[in-house]
Design a protein. Structure first.
Length: 156
């Protein structure tokens, strides 16, 4: 289980939730997944993200998977994973940072804003119920820390 921040290209005249609902309604659970096929512009976005995150955040590891491009950032603030598929992206942070240790959220929000700036996608943090662009990473850290603390106290 991870703390997720979701990104998508909001359809004209729609909200983030309406666009997500439309994407989900088109999902066919029995259909075969199609391999990712990025446009030249989408690949350029990914290349810029890798360079920028490396420059502003530190070393990253990347992998080209059949359905997305993946970036891992392991640093002093913790671990996060970014999956990018052109018109969709997702950041995942493990729930292993209780209380004040939930500091990877500041870095996660910094990277999330880079994703928005470089890709034109909009990000939303459903855990903290806030858009990335105007969201508060401290609110997200409190949410992450509280859930992690609860999990450690009740599930271990």
């Amino acid at each position: 289980m991870t703390y997720d921040i979701m990104f998508l290209r909001v359809l004209p005249g729609r909200t983030f939730d309406e666009t997500l609902e439309e994407i989900n309604s088109a999902y066919a659970p029995d259909a075969d997944f199609k391999s990712m096929s990025l446009t030249r512009d989408q690949q350029a976005v990914w290349d810029r993200l890798i360079q920028r995150i490396s420059r502003e955040g530190g070393p990253v590891t990347t992998e080209h998977c059949p359905y997305s491009l993946t970036l891992w950032r392991d640093g002093p603030a913790g671990h996060l994973q970014l999956d990018y598929a052109g018109d969709l992206a997702n950041i995942e942070i493990p729930y292993r940072y209780p209380g004040q240790q939930a500091l990877p959220m500041a870095e996660a929000y910094q990277i999330a804003r880079m994703v928005e700036e470089e890709s034109g996608l909009e990000g939303y943090d459903y855990e903290a119920e806030q858009p990335v662009r105007t969201g508060d990473s401290d609110v997200a850290a409190a949410k992450l820390g509280g859930i992690a603390r609860w999990a450690q106290e009740n599930l271990t």
